[in-house]
Design a protein around this ligand. Structure first.
Ligand code: SF4
Length: 469
C-alpha cells in the first residue's frame, strides 16, 4: 500500500509558532477579534477549537458575528459538493463586507484547501482571501496571519503529500463538560467515493500516553463526556507496531475516572470481537455505536470499495445485539451511487428494516473530483435519486419511531447540555445512546448526568421527566 511519511511537528517548530503568536500582539493594525465559520464533521469542529485556541493565544477575542469580526476564518469541508459550494459562496459574500471594512482579513482553511488545485484556484479567483492553509498546516496559523498582517500580502500554505502529527496546540473548548479528543488522523481505506484519504492523509495514531494525558486533564477539569475522534478509530494503533489496540485504549481511558466515553467513526470491516466485548463489559462506554453501512447491496458495497458484505455487516450487528442489547446503532447511507439499480436500492431498504437503526444520515451520492467513483458510469437520474432518498428517509423515520417507542417508561441517564431558549424551565440533554431528551429541570443541572424517565417521543427527540426532581 502507498504510504506517506508521518511528519511529527517538532517542539522547536511549535515554539517558533508560539513566538509568532506573541509577536503578533505587537503588530500595529493587527486584527483584534475573530469569527470562525465551521463546515462539516466533528473533526472540523474540533479543529476549529484548536484554531480558536491559537487565535486567543495571539491576543484576539471572539466576535459574535462574521460582520463584526476583524478576521473571519472559514474552516471548510469538501466531503460533498454542496458543502464546498456553500463555503465558497459564504467567502464570496464576505467580499462585500470587506469593501465596507477594508481592514478585515479573510481566511480559508480545512479539507477544501487541501484538494488538488484548490490553493491555486483561491489565489486566482478569490483575491480578497488573505490567508489559506490546509489541514496539515493548521499549526502554522500564527505565522501565516503574522506574515499577512506584517507584509500586507496574501499567505497560502498547503503541504504536498505530508501527513502531519501535531501535539501541543492550544484549544478553546466549546463546552466545559463535553470534549472531543482526537486519537488518530487520516484514513487508509480509499472508499471509491471519498476524498478524505487525499485531503487528510494516511492514518496516523497519536501516542496512547499523549491521549491519556489529555483525558486525565479533562477529567480533572470536570468534563463528563469525551468523544474520541478518528476517521476509522478501529484502525487505531495499526501504524505503531507494538502499540495498543483501540479496545485496549478505550479500557485505559475508562480507568481515568471520566464518566462517559464515546467514539466516532467505526468502519464495519474493522469492528473486532474485542471491541464488541468492550461494549458488554465497560460501563463507561456509551451505549451508542455509529456503524456506517452506506448500502445494503453487495454489488454497490463492492463498487464503493467498502470491503465488507451485507451479510458480514448483519452478522456483526447480530453479535453486538447479543453482547450488548441496549446499544443503539446509527448509520450513514448513500443512495444513487453510480450503477445503483432498483434492486440495489431495495436491498438497502431491506437492510434498514432488518437493523432498525436509531437514526441515519442519508445522502444522495455526490461525485468528488479525484475519487474513483467520479469516473464511474451509470449516473442516476436526479429525479429518481430524490424519489429514492425520500422513501429511505420515510422508512428510517418509521424505524426511529419504533426505537423511541421502546424507550418510553424507561429511565435514562441524561447529560444535561443546556436550557431551551424559548422556555427557561425546559432543559435538554443526551442519553448514553446519544438521543436528545427534553424535560423540565433547573439550571444547576447543566453539565450533570441525571436520571430522566422517558414519557413521550417526537420525530427526532424524546420527552421526559427528571427523577427525584
Ligand atoms: S473509511 Fe472510507 S468513507 Fe470513511 S474516511 Fe476513510 S475513505 Fe472516507
Amino acid at each position: 500500500m502507498e504510504r506517506e511519511q508521518t511528519i511529527r511537528i517538532s517542539p522547536e517548530e511549535m515554539e517558533a509558532q508560539r513566538r509568532f503568536a506573541r509577536e503578533f500582539a505587537h503588530l500595529p493594525d493587527r486584527p483584534r477579534t475573530y469569527h470562525i465559520v465551521t463546515y462539516g464533521c466533528q473533526m472540523n469542529v474540533h479543529d476549529s477549537e484548536k484554531l480558536a485556541g491559537m487565535l486567543e493565544e495571539m491576543g484576539m477575542t471572539p466576535a459574535p458575528t462574521r460582520e463584526e469580526a476583524d478576521f473571519v476564518l472559514h474552516n471548510t469541508c469538501c466531503i460533498r459538493d454542496n458543502a464546498e459550494r456553500k463555503a465558497l459562496g459564504n467567502v464570496t459574500w464576505l467580499k462585500e463586507i470587506k469593501k465596507q471594512r477594508p481592514g478585515m482579513l479573510i481566511g480559508v482553511c480545512g479539507c477544501m484547501v487541501q484538494e488538488p488545485g484548490m490553493a491555486e484556484k483561491i489565489l486566482r479567483q478569490y483575491p480578497f482571501v488573505d490567508v489559506a492553509f490546509g489541514t496539515g498546516n493548521i499549526y502554522r496559523l500564527p505565522e501565516l496571519l503574522y506574515r499577512a498582517v506584517d507584509t500586507r500580502r496574501r499567505t497560502v500554505a498547503v503541504p504536498q503529500e505530508q501527513s502531519t502529527l501535531i501535539e501541543g496546540l492550544p484549544i478553546r473548548r466549546e463546552s466545559p463538560f463535553q470534549s472531543y479528543v482526537t486519537i488518530m488522523y487520516g484514513c487508509n481505506n480509499f472508499c471509491s467515493y471519498c476524498i478524505v484519504p487525499y485531503v487528510r492523509g494516511r492514518e496516523r495514531s497519536r501516542s496512547a500516553d499523549d491521549i491519556l494525558r489529555e483525558v486525565e486533564g479533562l477529567q480533572k477539569q470536570g468534563v463528563q463526556e469525551i468523544m474520541l475522534l478518528g476517521q476509522n478509530v478501529n484502525s487505531y494503533g495499526n501504524d505503531t507496531p507494538g502499540g495498543i489496540t483501540f479496545p485496549q485504549l478505550l479500557r485505559r481511558i475508562s480507568q481515568t475516572g471520566i464518566p462517559r466515553v464515546r467514539f466516532m467513526t467505526s468502519h464495519p470491516k474493522d469492528l473486532s470481537d474485542e471491541l464488541i466485548a468492550e461494549f458488554a463489559e465497560n460501563p463507561v462506554l456509551c451505549r451508542h455505536l455509529h456503524l456506517p453501512v452506506q448500502s445494503g447491496s453487495n454489488a454497490i458495497l463492492q463498487a464503493m470499495n467498502r470491503r465488507y458484505t451485507r451479510e458480514s455487516y448483519l452478522e456483526k450487528v447480530e453479535k453486538i445485539r447479543k453482547a450488548a442489547p441496549d446499544v443503539g446503532l446509527t448509520t450513514d447511507l448513500i443512495v444513487a451511487f453510480p450503477g445503483e439499480t432498483d434492486q440495489d436500492f431495495e436491498d438497502t431498504m431491506d437492510l434498514v428494516r432488518q437493523v432498525c437503526f436509531d437514526s441515519a444520515f442519508t445522502f444522495i451520492y455526490s461525485p468528488r473530483v479525484g475519487t474513483r467513483a467520479a469516473g464511474m458510469p451509470g449516473r442516476i437520474d436526479p429525479a429518481l435519486a430524490t424519489e429514492r432518498i425520500e422513501r429511505l428517509i420515510a422508512l428510517q423515520e418509521e424505524m426511529t419511531q419504533k426505537r423511541f417507542a421502546e424507550m418510553i417508561e424507561k429511565t435514562e441517564s441524561v447529560l444535561v447540555t443546556g436550557q431551551s431558549r424559548r422556555n427557561e424551565k425546559q432543559f435538554t440533554g443526551k442519553t448514553s445512546r446519544n438521543i436528545s431528551v427534553n424535560f423540565e429541570g433547573s439550571s444547576e443541572m447543566i453539565g450533570k448526568i441525571v436520571p430522566v424517565r422517558i414519557t413521550a417521543a417526537s420525530k427526532t427527540t424524546l420527552r421526559g421527566q427528571m427523577q427525584g426532581a
